[in-house]
Design a protein around this ligand. Structure first.
Ligand code: FES
Ligand SMILES: [Fe+2]
Length: 476
């Protein structure tokens, strides 16, 4: 007991994992990282236990469908899925279906995907559309949603003069993401999201394209699945192969407003859980993982750029080398100038989450973007993973690659040729927990979870916002 108290007292003093902090790393960067990476914004939240009911209850899932999803901005599609007029995407979430269509003026409209006659879905999949003709009896609309034709019009004289245009949800185009909401009163997306909206501006997201796109059904609640990606400290037991080059316990967690939180997990440093290894080891292991340049090549990059000698004893020297390798490698690959890009923005894992189900990372790397789509019971969801690649300089933004849907009984490794074997392995490791999180939550005697104060703080922040929607406190 005393030992536990001692540890707690120590944590009270530091309140962080002992050792180098993420801010120390930013300060040791070879460039000056943007201010928003330095800003620590930790919400003041209590430490009381969290109920598992929201993850397992049918009634709670019903309340989410009624109160949460219609009242938030949702990531519905990437613009690169629908570059040309008439291109369409079917976006389905929480029992609703929307049909997004690129308009002639470059805008996007989001129609409720249902015929106004007897309600058949107008489309079950995307593709280029000339017009919207319902397959049941042939009611037809133009791509802009105006009514074109009613078959057997003699039988619908009562509709003369009535607006029979397809109803629309609100749409905003933001950084190449098509955002929609059913709520007419929400502020515009950037205001709703808050300051984090500006964190995307340095990385030209509008010109990125979906170069890797995976979906898989996960036998766990959508929130439990999302939360498995909100903290990095499960790496020590779930992803031990990452510890040689991942600052899992150095991760910074921030919460800004109701709708945004982030984790920043540094790469190219030894995990605080590992001792007695130098920066040579970090380089070697990270290169093995990423299939990047060999360590000698990396050391030459470092020497060539800064003239500094590579110092294996300096815990930050591997970061500098790896960042310089990326700076030069990306310039060759994409033709853009990365000379001002900080080491941090070239290396680290920026797990940004936008409430409720959208995680578009930032940074200069091809960035991961996650989305979680709830199932029709609380016990499953779809997890989507994309990589957004920069468009090479002077080229037209490529169209999104086709979605790869992993069969339900196959692991992520089934798609190893699409996502890379190392990344697939990391997701399979996460999946080795999730079905048992869902089952274990139901097995808890008291149905209450105890969270870490700092490292689980994003889970608490997310649950706090969710509760505000369920209780009617949000949307404001
Ligand atoms: S349901 Fe669409 S035309 Fe009848
Ligand atoms: Fe993980």
């Amino acid at each position: 007991m005393n030992e536990i108290k001692d540890v707690a007292r120590e944590a009270d003093k530091a309140d962080r994992c002992p050792g180098i902090t993420y801010t120390d790393m930013l300060e040791g960067d070879t460039r000056t990282p943007p201010d928003y990476l330095f800003e620590e914004t930790v919400a003041d939240m209590p430490d009381d236990p969290i109920p598992v009911d929201p993850y397992i209850s049918e009634e709670f899932a019903r309340l989410e469908r009624e109160r949460v999803f219609p009242n938030v901005w949702l990531f519905a599609a990437r613009e690169d899925e629908m570059p040309d007029p008439g291109d369409s995407v079917v976006f389905e979430i929480a029992g609703k279906s929307f049909l997004l269509i690129r308009q002639k003026d470059g805008g996007v409209k989001a129609f409720y995907n249902a015929c106004l006659h007897r309600g058949r879905k107008l489309r079950t999949e995307g593709g280029n559309s000339i017009q919207l003709r319902c397959p049941f009896h042939g009611f037809t609309w133009r791509n802009d949603g105006s009514l074109k034709e009613i078959p057997c019009a003699w039988d619908f004289k009562h509709l003369d003069g009535k607006d029979m245009s397809l109803p629309e949800a609100r749409v905003e185009l933001w950084q190449g993401f098509v955002m929609i909401t059913e709520n007419a009163d929400l502020p515009d997306f950037k205001t709703w999201l808050g300051p984090a909206a500006s964190h995307y501006e340095r990385y030209d997201f509008e010109n990125r394209y979906t170069g890797m796109w995976i979906q898989k059904r996960i036998p766990a609640n959508w929130k439990a699945t999302a939360e498995a990606f909100m903290e990095a400290w499960h790496s020590v037991t779930t992803h031990p192969q990452l510890l040689p080059f991942l600052g899992d316990a150095n991760t910074r967690y921030d919460h800004i407003g109701d709708h945004f939180n982030r984790a920043i997990t540094p790469s190219g440093v030894l995990s605080p859980h590992m001792k007695g290894k130098d920066s040579n080891y970090v380089l070697e292991k990270m290169n093995e993982f990423s299939g990047g340049a060999d360590a000698d090549t990396n050391r030459r990059f470092a020497a060539g750029d800064s003239g500094d000698e590579f110092d294996p004893a300096d815990p930050l020297s591997a970061r500098k080398v790896l960042a310089e390798a990326s700076r030069q490698g990306f310039a060759e690959q994409y033709g853009h100038d990365y000379s001002d890009a900080s080491d941090s923005e070239l290396l680290d894992n920026f797990t940004y989450n936008i409430f409720p189900n959208f995680a578009p990372w930032i940074g200069y790397l091809p960035t991961l973007t996650y989305r979680w789509l709830p199932g029709d019971t609380p016990d499953w969801c779809i997890m989507e993973i994309r990589l957004l690649f920069p468009t090479p300089k002077g080229e037209e933004r490529p169209r999104a690659v086709a979605l790869t849907y992993i069969p339900d009984d196959e692991p992520f490794a089934w798609a190893a040729d699409v996502m890379g074997p190392q990344l697939a392995n990391v997701f399979d490791q996460d999946m080795s927990n999730l079905p048992y999180v869902q089952e274990g939550m139901k097995a808890m005697r008291d149905g209450m979870m105890e969270l870490g104060h700092y490292q689980d703080s994003r889970v608490r922040h997310f649950q706090t916002t969710l509760r505000k929607y369920i209780d009617g406190e949000l949307p404001a």
